[in-house]
Design a protein around this ligand. Structure first.
Ligand code: ADP
Ligand code: MG
Length: 672
């Protein structure tokens, strides 16, 4: 079995599970092996009974007191109950349909119970807890259990089995010569894949990640270097100064540009006037106003007689940008086109033809732009928004067509400048380090579930004042066994609690077009509250939204929370972010509290890293918005340096070989 073999070659994967994997874009055995756990679960230390809070998963240490009781309900279900006690208090432990536990409980001495705290008529109880001896539990605390971002139709067990089969049967050739591996102290690829999926310890898992991160950085750096090496000259067919269009855009704005925006645009304009292709990264925190700079750059290239295109990660964003560009570019006589995955073949064809004929001067689109060839014969500028979602390969595919255009990457990923310079090699970097004008700082609070009714009231008050709100839930189904709030259920509950508010629902399993409809309706204020998964995360801009409530906030990385929080506070009204903590952990609270005081993405990213404990040294993966699947430039700075040095020291032949392999369409590993 090979890396590129279809996943259906694995035993036990029929059409049905293949369909489920397909939804996760896992088609080949290699895709499956590169589908890394999003985090590792660990067994947490025990806590006193007195600290138990409803809805949380806890571990208690104590003894059973009194005799276990078994009752049988009318429906024939048995409920086994026993009181559990520690020095701080007592709590009822309950098991359904498990009368056989009675004997074990009667004989148990000092044990640990791990389960979810619930409330019933008698007060708090711990439901269906697992029972461990202290020795066993100490052992368990050393282990890591991989958690995958599952979807309907896949279970923890079925995935573990498929991955184990794949590891056993698939050849994983290691492209790295053994001598090099030894020198760099890196694991073999096969060992690394085995370890990330079936971790033995925290230390060994870190080693595995180190190897896999190295490969990712290596590919990325080779890609960047290859883009950089395209140095054909752009025939200059524009007058030396093109400022007319950009100036007209600035004049049409209802606000003045910040100093940083002006400086960044000047840097870009300078490049656009030059003769060699721009390779620039525009980095600026969420809400720093990157969009308008992109618009000015696109207008400038249009003024110079070239075509431009704008790539964005999601369809919703593409539409939003398209609408805004149409508005701004119409008075300038620049025709704008939109190309997205969900358009019909005929619609796409019309747009493509118009682009090829040069009738469309600026084209906005999603990945679809890359996937099928789009002819933009006079392409002069490619702007990639939230570039961290795009692979270098895809970018290159586009630049391969015709003249090398200028490339402007825009990113809100807060990585320190030194690391950015390493990753993006000699890309020029423009830093938007000033937030627009009268922004009020978003007031942020960390609360627990008990505060929810008050929080909902708070949302209601703001809706009554004509504002809009977001509610973010982590998962749309309980498929990975964690207690996640189900988005749909949540929306129903909210509707019941606030019956006269208009509540919209958005999640990743909806079709692109229904997502668009909901987003558009929300933007048009046809909804007051949008209950959503993190699909709204990137770039959405609704200035009237002032409150965002995030459930189970500790399950997100701080950087993601910061991005999410950036969905509000985009206008000049005071905005709020309510972080509802779903788990009973002081570390989680401490981590979340960082957001109460820190408003700056860089500071937050660094804090995030410092505070990562065992189990989430994966950093609670940012939901898919990274270039990297496993590597993390901040955490893996050492490996990044190593990879950079390696790529820089490749001989011409080695490098040519690496480029060929890195840029091949399939996701196989690189040969060094
Ligand atoms: P991001 O950098 O996250 O992409 P956007 O470009 O979406 O940020 O800008 C966020 C919001 O700030 C938008 O509503 C935009 O119209 C507004 N904005 C941008 N620049 C300024 C400015 N100089 N003054 C006031 N508001 C601005
Ligand atoms: Mg943006």
């Amino acid at each position: 079995m090979r890396w590129n073999s279809p996943i259906t070659e694995l035993k036990g994967i029929g059409p049905k599970s293949a369909e489920a994997y397909h939804r996760l874009r896992i088609e080949t055995v290699g895709d499956l092996l590169s589908w890394f756990p999003k985090k590792y679960d660990t067994f947490e230390a025990e806590r006193p009974i007195a600290d138990a809070r409803e809805g949380r998963l806890v571990t208690l240490l104590g003894t059973f007191s009194g005799n276990p009781r078994v009752i049988t309900t009318g429906k024939g279900m048995t409920i086994l109950t026993c009181t559990f006690r520690d020095v701080s208090g007592t709590i009822a432990a309950k098991w359904f349909n498990a009368p056989f536990l009675r004997k074990q409980i009667s004989q148990a001495k000092y044990v640990l119970l791990r389960g979810k705290i619930s409330r019933d008529r008698g007060g708090l109880c711990i439901l269906q807890p697992e029972i461990y001896t202290p020795e066993r539990y100490r052992e368990m605390m050393k282990t890591l259990r991989p958690v995958y971002g599952l979807t309907a139709g896949l279970t923890k067990t079925s995935v573990a089995k498929a991955v184990a089969d794949a590891l056993r049967q698939c050849e994983i050739p290691d492209p790295m010569p053994v001598s090099m591996r030894k020198e760099l102290r890196l694991w073999s690829l096969k060992d690394a894949y085995e370890e990330v999926h079936f971790p033995k310890s925290e230390e060994t898992t870190k080693e595995a990640i180190r190897r896999l991160a190295f490969d990712e950085f290596f590919r990325f750096l080779v890609g960047i270097r290859s883009v950089k090496e395209q140095t054909e000259v752009i025939p200059n067919r524009h007058p030396a100064f093109m400022t007319e269009y950009a100036n007209r855009i600035v004049r049409s704005l209802s606000y003045a540009l910040t100093g940083a925006q002006e400086r960044c645009f000047q840097e870009i304009a300078e490049d656009l006037r030059g003769e060699s292709p721009m390779q620039r990264l525009l980095q600026g925190d969420v809400g720093s106003g990157k969009t308008v700079i992109a618009e000015m750059a696109l207008a400038t290239i249009a003024e110079a007689g070239y075509q431009g295109c704008l790539m964005v990660p999601t369809e919703v964003l593409a539409k939003q940008h398209f609408a805004e560009l149409c508005r701004r570019f119409e008075p300038l006589g620049i025709s704008v086109g939109l190309l997205t995955g969900s358009m019909t073949a005929a619609e796409k064809r019309t747009v493509r033809e118009a682009a090829e004929k040069g009738e469309i001067r600026v084209l906005v689109g999603t990945h679809a732009l890359f996937q099928q060839s789009v002819g933009l014969p006079e392409l002069g500028l490619v702007v990639v928004d939230e570039q961290h979602r795009f692979g270098v390969e895809q970018r290159r595919k586009l630049t391969d067509k015709g003249v090398t255009p200028h490339v402007l990457l825009m990113s809100a990923t807060p990585i320190p400048r030194t690391l950015a310079m390493m990753l993006y090699a000699d890309l020029d970097i423009s830093l938007l380090d000033e937030m627009p004008g009268e922004r009020l700082r978003i007031k942020t609070a960390v609360v627990d579930g008990g505060y929810r009714p008050k929080a909902w009231k708070f949302l209601e008050e703001h809706v009554r004042a004509g504002e809009q709100c977001y509610v973010i839930c982590p998962l749309i189904e309980e498929s990975d066994g964690l207690e996640a709030n189900n988005v749909s259920d949540y929306a129903e509950q909210l509707k019941e609690a606030l019956p006269d508010l208009r509540i919209g629902l958005l999640h990743g399993r909806m079709s692109a077009s229904s997502k668009n409809e909901v987003m558009e309706a929300y933007a048009a204020h046809d909804y007051d509250i949008l209950v959503s998964t993190t699909v709204i995360e990137v770039g959405i801009d609704v200035a009237n939204a002032t409150v965002i409530l995030i459930e189970d906030a500790e399950r997100f990385g701080l950087a993601t929370l910061h991005q999410l929080r950036g969905r509000v506070g985009r206008g000049n009204k005071q905005s709020y972010c309510i972080l509802v903590q779903g788990s009973d952990s002081d570390e989680a609270r401490e981590r979340l509290t960082v957001l109460q005081t820190a408003a700056d993405g860089f500071a937050i990213a660094e804090k995030d890293l410092q505070m990562r404990g065992p189990g989430d040294f994966f950093g609670i993966r940012q939901s898919g918005d990274n270039v990297f699947r496993i590597a993390d430039p901040i955490r893996d700075a050492e490996v990044l340096t190593l990879a950079k040095r390696t790529v820089d020291s490749l001989t011409k032949e080695q490098y040519a070989k690496a480029v060929k392999l890195c840029l091949a369409d399939n996701d196989t590993n690189v040969v060094y």
